[in-house]
Design a protein around this ligand. Structure first.
Ligand SMILES: Cc1cc2nc3c(=O)[nH]c(=O)nc-3n(C[C@H](O)[C@H](O)[C@H](O)COP(=O)(O)O)c2cc1C
Length: 368
């Protein structure tokens, strides 16, 4: 690893997005939306606090349809009220000179009928095994088995993503990121362990990739490839996900979506894993990199992703939660606030909008 922060100071073009540097804020679910999924003033404050620092903010995962709502108080982009709530957020981000894309999400088999009011759907009827989930009334509810989406239903879900992308642009977002990672619906179609279909959407790598490819096609048709990115987590185990084909589905997906020229591909992967470099070449788009939950991304690591030639930009999650001015802190190699993880999914401003910038912390010490 090198310690050359200058590599992160370089500007970067991602399709229609011009980034002033290369430190991107990761998508981070924080459960502070209203019950019906409408974003609010508190969320606008949180994103606005980070907008002047992050080169680009990827919003928390945002469901495109009520059926895809996995957890209470997560935001949606499925109604006009959602759109108007997100407008508060995008205005706050743009007022600070920042950029924000909406992460478009469908939980699939991760969720609960008590939360969405609808049945769980997935590629096949493969249930989560040990995982429990928050519902509006329970902290650890068992998750029922999903039912497979029918061939007749699939075009409607593809359209939900395109409609949500349009609504995101109408809400003032600078683009969208299609959430095809972390074991949610899109990865449930990609994975050979959760996709047992024997129709056009299962059986071969090409067929498993079809649903995601159709969503990418519909979204780029609607809002333009230069405003569309995708997040993928090949071979990663989130939400009991397993992929046993060694990356073939991701290779197949690349052959259909690389020609579209997406604004970026966002991989959750290990930088040294051979698949990372292979997929970077196969997709051909600028690469954003994050290694996933197992270990907090640290400054030296974020530098190394770009300095060692693995990616075009580094994506950081938990350090941005605790440090609204993370880029400035890391730029000066200054101390950081401690991340309070038991408030990640709490309610209200505590552990959300009350982390001080370096300047605020120094002022507080000065007046104490
Ligand atoms: C509180 C929390 C919420 C998260 N929510 C999302 C999400 O909504 N969408 C997503 O793709 N990843 C989500 N992630 C994963 C992060 O984007 C990121 O991959 C992970 O935190 C590892 O990066 P870090 O070590 O820099 O935090 C979440 C992680 C945390 C800690």
């Amino acid at each position: 690893m090198t310690d050359d922060f200058d590599v992160l100071r370089q500007p970067l073009k991602l399709g229609a997005l011009d980034l002033p540097h290369r430190l991107v804020m990761a998508p981070l679910t924080r459960n502070r939306a209203d019950e019906d999924g409408t974003p609010n003033a508190l969320m606008a404050e949180y994103y606005g606090q980070r907008a002047g620092s992050a080169a680009l903010i990827v919003s928390e995962a945002t469901w495109v349809t009520q059926q895809g709502k996995p957890y209470p108080r997560t935001p949606g982009i499925a109604t006009d009220a959602h759109r108007d709530g997100w407008r508060l957020v995008t205005d706050a981000v743009h007022a600070k000179g920042g950029r924000i894309v909406a992460q478009l999400w469908h939980g699939g088999r991760v969720g609960h009928p008590d939360t969405s009011g609808q049945d769980l759907v997935s590629a096949s009827d493969v249930a989560l095994d040990a995982l429990t989930i928050f519902t509006p009334t329970e902290a650890k509810a068992a998750i029922p088995a999903p039912r497979p989406l029918t061939l007749e239903e699939i075009p409607g879900v593809v359209r939900d993503f395109a409609d949500a992308a349009q609504r995101a642009i109408d809400a003032g977002f600078d683009g969208v990121e299609i959430h095809s990672a972390n074991g949610y619906l899109l990865q449930q179609f990609l994975s050979d362990t959760t996709n047992h279909r024997d129709d056009a959407y299962g059986g071969s790598a090409e067929n498993r990739a079809r649903f995601v490819a159709e969503i990418v096609g519909a979204v780029t048709d609607r809002i333009g490839a230069e405003r569309t990115g995708i997040r993928l987590s090949p071979l990663a185990p989130a939400h009991e996900m397993a992929e046993e084909d060694g990356g073939d589905t991701y290779r197949a997906l690349a052959t259909t979506i690389a020609p579209l020229d997406l604004a970026y591909v966002h991989l959750l992967a290990q930088p040294e894993h051979p698949l990372t470099a292979e997929l970077r070449t196969a997709y051909g788009a600028p690469l954003l990199l994050n290694t996933g939950f197992a270990k907090h991304t640290e400054r030296a690591e974020a530098i190394s992703f770009v300095a060692d030639g693995h990616a075009d930009a580094s994506v950081v999650g938990r350090a941005f939660i605790a440090n609204p001015d993370l880029y400035e802190r890391w730029s000066q190699d200054a101390p950081q606030n401690e991340t309070i993880s038991n408030l990640f999914y709490a309610s209200g401003p505590e552990g959300y909008t009350d982390y001080p910038t370096l300047a605020e912390a120094e002022k507080a010490v000065g007046t104490a």
